[in-house]
Design a binder for this molecule. Structure first.
Ligand SMILES: [Zn+2]
Ligand SMILES: [Zn+2]
Length: 271
């Protein structure tokens, strides 16, 4: 039997026990060969993480959720179906830093001292001096180590302004390409910007673009393009509304064929 994930878990699960028999007892057995895989424990959910943080004295009830959000924002973990998975960046970070720095005890100790200071039972100057000294030592250790960090999100495309490679970042507005050179501010959108307008066919949010004729909305999968003005709400009479319905039906086919033409043009450009 291969121990699989159990090799790296400290806690061993109990082995199944067999019934006891007395000597000479006749038993009938039915044998069945089965092969199955054990399932590793689930990744932490937000509630799991919060209770682990509480257990180790990390953060306060007011800051714990924020600390987790910060991990997501800095792309060290990502949320998938309500559970947290380390990213390549997160895994590398854990490999790089000193044992001490990644131990929850260090942070908990610092937080305890801070609490004491808040209650007036500590020496803030000594605390700061100490933290500074510890941080200097920890950073020096990492700098001396042979390990290197490779940005997980480096792309093959070059920054048009300084020639460094661009990194891909996931933001609330979609994917962005940002320059990996810290002193260069270049960034551009990788995904088109999404509007709040819903596609009339699939009801998903439409992309918003600015073309020569002004702002327009587009749903690529459905091949629908709508001009921004169409969204304007005006009070119309019965007749006008009927007319509009008639023409918007025609407009639908118009927008689809416009989308087709645009796609054709784009495809041609690519070839
Ligand atoms: Zn640059
Ligand atoms: Zn659509």
């Amino acid at each position: 039997m291969n121990a699989g994930f159990r090799r790296i878990l400290e806690k061993q699960e109990e082995q199944p026990t067999f019934p006891t028999f007395t000597k000479g007892q006749r038993v009938s057995v039915m044998l069945e060969k089965r092969e199955s895989l054990t399932a590793p424990p689930l990744r932490y959910s937000e509630a799991d993480l919060l209770s682990q943080m509480e257990k180790y004295g990390l953060g306060t009830p007011a800051t714990r959720a924020e600390i987790i959000e910060r991990l997501v924002e800095t792309e060290t973990v990502e949320r998938k179906n309500g559970r947290f998975y380390p990213t390549s960046k997160g895994k590398q970070l854990i490999e790089l830093v000193n044992e001490e720095l990644k131990s929850p005890q260090l942070t908990a100790r610092w937080e305890k001292q801070l609490e004491a200071i808040a209650r007036g039972n500590g020496n803030p100057k000594a605390f700061l001096r100490n933290i500074r000294k510890q941080t200097d030592r920890l950073v020096a250790e990492i700098k001396q180590s042979e390990r290197t960090y490779r940005p997980h999100n480096l792309t093959g495309s070059m920054c048009p302004e300084c020639g460094s490679f661009l990194k891909e970042r996931v933001t609330k507005e979609g994917r962005m390409l940002v320059c990996s050179n810290m002193t260069c501010r270049f960034r551009k959108r990788k995904d088109p910007k999404l509007s709040h307008r819903r596609c009339p066919q699939c009801k998903k949010r439409m992309e918003i673009h600015e073309g020569k004729a002004g702002i327009y909305f587009q749903c690529r999968p459905c091949n629908v393009i709508e001009k921004a003005e169409e969204q304007k709400k005006t009070k119309l009479g019965q007749k006008e509304r009927a007319l509009l319905r008639k023409y918007s039906a025609e407009n639908d086919s118009f927008s689809t064929s416009l989308g087709d033409l645009l796609k054709q043009a784009l495809d041609k450009k690519k070839n």
